[in-house]
Design a protein around this ligand. Structure first.
Ligand SMILES: [Zn+2]
Length: 463
C-alpha cells in the first residue's frame, strides 16, 4: 500500500519535452511508481491518501535559486519567508545569498529541528560579507591575511556542517578584493562549493562586474552563480550585451550560471550604496522610482524632499526602486541558459517586495502563459531539473521512480501571482497543492502546518 497517490495529473517529461498523463504513487517520501495513463498493470494502487489532480500539472517542486533565509530573531515571524515561498510552489530554496548569512549552518539547522522541521528544504550558503564584518571589518576595508584566514576557517566549519557553498555581496562589500575571492575559492575548492555573487557595480561597470564573476569561475574551476542579473544589467540598457557575453562564457565554461527574478524593481534599504552616486543620471530616472515600504511612508513614492528626509532620518527604511527596464528583465527570463530565483526576503516586522510571495506564479502566469516568453515545459525545466543539476540536488527536480516526492500541483490556465507592491498579502491563484516528501505543506494556497522540509546536508548528496 502506498502512502499517497496523485491521480489524474500530467507531469513534465523533460527528456521527451512533453506532458504525460499519469498517476504518481509515493512511499516513504519518494516516488515509488509512475503509472502512465492507460497502464492496465494489475498492481495494487491503494494508498493511505489520494489527491485528485483533476487534469492539472503535477510538477516537481520548484527550486528557488536565490532566497534570504529567516533571521529567527526579534519581531521576525517564524518561517516568514519560507512560508511565503512554500505558498508559491517552492519546495527547496538556496539561502545565504548576497554575502549575507545570519548564523552558522549548524545553528540554523538546530533551530529548525527544534521547531520540528521547515516549510521548505534549505540548501544554505555561508555569507562571506557577514563573516568578514563579524571580524570587525567595514564595507570598504581591505582584508588583512590573518582575518582572511579566520573567515575561510568559518566557512569551512559551515561546509563541514553541510552548507552547499558560500556567497559574496560585492556591492555591499567594496573592500572585498578579487584576489581575496580567488584565494577563498581555491582554498575551499575540495568541497566543490556553489559560489553565488551579488555584483560589484552596475551601469558603466556592468561588463567589468560580469567579467570579474566569470573569470573567478574560469580561474578557479569553481561553480559561480551570477545573482539576480536583472538588477545588474537591466538598469542602464546593458542586458542584451550582458546576455551575449554570459551565454558565450557558459558555452565555454558550464560551471558559470545566472539567475533572475521577474520584477523590474529591486529592493534595498535607503542608505544602500546603490544610492551613493548620482543614481538619477546614472539610471536616467527621477526620485519617484523609489517607493517606500515601511511606515510612516509605506506605499509612498519619493520626491526630492521626501527622499532627502528619509536618507537623513530613516536610513534603514526598506524601499523598492523601479530602476529596471521591463523589456530587459524579460530578455533574461527567456534566456535558455538562465535560472530563476525569488531573492525573497522579509524585513523584520515590515512589508516585503512582492517577489517573496509571487515570483514563481508570476513567471508561469504573466510571462509564460500571457506573454508567451518561453514554453511552459522550458520554464518548468529551469525551475526544477536544471536548478537541481546546477546545485547538485541529486534526487530532486524530476518525476521518476526513486526521486524525492516534492511536487507542486497547479492549473496552467489560472496560475498567477497575487502580491502587489502596495499589498503583498494578496494570495496567488491556481496552485492546489505543494507537497514535500509526500506530505502536503500547502493545500489550495493555505499552509497546512506540515513541516516536512529540512536543512539539507551537502554531504548526503556529494560523494
Ligand atoms: Zn543581492
Amino acid at each position: 500500500m502506498y502512502d499517497l497517490i496523485i491521480k489524474n495529473g500530467k507531469y513534465p517529461d523533460f527528456d521527451k519535452g512533453e506532458f504525460v498523463k499519469a498517476d504518481i504513487a509515493v512511499k516513504d517520501g519518494k516516488i515509488a511508481d509512475v503509472f502512465p495513463d492507460g497502464d492496465a498493470s494489475a498492481e495494487d494502487r491503494s494508498a493511505e491518501k489520494t489527491v485528485d489532480a483533476d487534469g492539472r500539472i503535477v510538477s516537481p517542486g520548484f527550486i528557488d535559486m536565490h532566497m534570504h533565509e529567516e533571521q529567527f530573531q526579534g519581531d521576525n515571524r517564524e518561517y516568514d519567508i519560507s512560508a511565503l515561498l512554500a505558498k508559491q510552489g517552492v519546495t527547496t530554496g538556496i539561502a545565504g545569498n548576497c554575502g549575507i548569512s545570519w548564523r552558522p549552518t549548524s545553528e540554523f539547522r538546530k533551530i529548525t529541528e527544534d521547531k520540528g522541521g521547515c516549510y521548505i528544504n534549505y540548501a544554505l550558503l555561508s555569507g562571506y560579507n557577514s563573516l568578514r564584518e563579524a571580524e570587525g571589518l567595514g564595507w570598504y576595508d581591505p582584508c588583512p591575511e590573518d582575518i582572511r584566514k579566520k573567515v575561510v576557517a568559518k566557512i569551512k566549519d559551515d561546509l563541514d556542517a553541510g552548507a552547499w557553498g558560500f556567497s559574496f555581496g560585492l556591492e555591499y562589500g567594496p573592500g572585498i578584493a578579487t584576489e581575496e575571492m580567488t584565494k577563498a575559492a581555491l582554498e575551499l575548492k575540495e568541497y566543490d562549493p556553489f559560489i553565488s555573487i551579488h555584483f560589484r557595480a552596475d551601469c558603466e561597470e556592468c561588463m567589468n562586474s560580469l567579467k570579474e564573476m566569470a573569470d573567478l569561475s574560469r580561474d578557479t574551476g569553481c561553480r559561480v552563480e551570477i545573482s539576480h542579473i536583472g538588477s545588474l544589467a537591466a538598469t542602464a540598457g546593458n542586458m542584451k550585451q550582458s546576455l551575449d557575453y554570459v551565454r558565450k562564457e557558459i558555452a565555454e565554461n558550464p560551471r558559470l550560471g545566472f539567475d533572475v527574478y521577474p520584477y523590474n524593481a529591486f529592493c534595498t534599504i535607503v542608505q544602500s550604496a546603490a544610492f551613493d552616486m548620482d543614481w538619477r543620471s546614472k539610471w536616467k530616472v527621477d526620485y519617484d522610482i523609489i517607493m517606500l515600504l515601511q511606515e510612516p511612508y509605506r506605499g509612498q513614492r519619493c520626491d526630492e524632499a521626501l527622499y532627502k528626509k528619509i536618507r537623513e532620518e530613516f536610513e534603514d527604511t526598506y524601499c523598492v526602486a523601479f530602476a529596471m527596464s521591463e523589456d530587459e528583465v524579460k530578455m533574461a527570463l527567456a534566456e535558455p541558459c538562465g535560472l530563476y530565483g525569488s531573492d525573497g526576503d522579509v524585513a523584520p516586522g515590515n512589508d516585503i517586495h512582492p517577489r517573496a510571495a509571487g515570483c514563481f506564479p508570476r513567471i508561469l502566469g504573466k510571462y509564460v502563459r500571457d506573454e508567451k516568453l518561453l514554453p511552459l515545459i522550458d520554464a518548468l525545466d529551469k525551475m526544477t531539473r536544471s536548478a537541481a543539476a546546477r546545485v547538485g540536488l541529486t534526487g530532486k527536480g524530476e518525476i521518476k521512480a526513486g526521486m524525492d516526492a516534492d511536487f507542486v500541483i497547479f492549473d496552467p490556465d489560472t496560475i498567477i501571482d497575487g502580491a502587489e507592491y502596495t499589498d503583498t498579502s494578496k494570495p496567488n491563484k491556481g496552485i492546489d497543492y505543494v507537497i514535500i516528501a509526500g506530505e502536503p505543506v500547502v493545500d489550495h494556497n493555505e499552509l497546512t502546518g506540515a513541516l516536512t522540509g529540512q536543512v539539507l546536508d551537502r554531504k548526503d548528496y556529494q560523494q
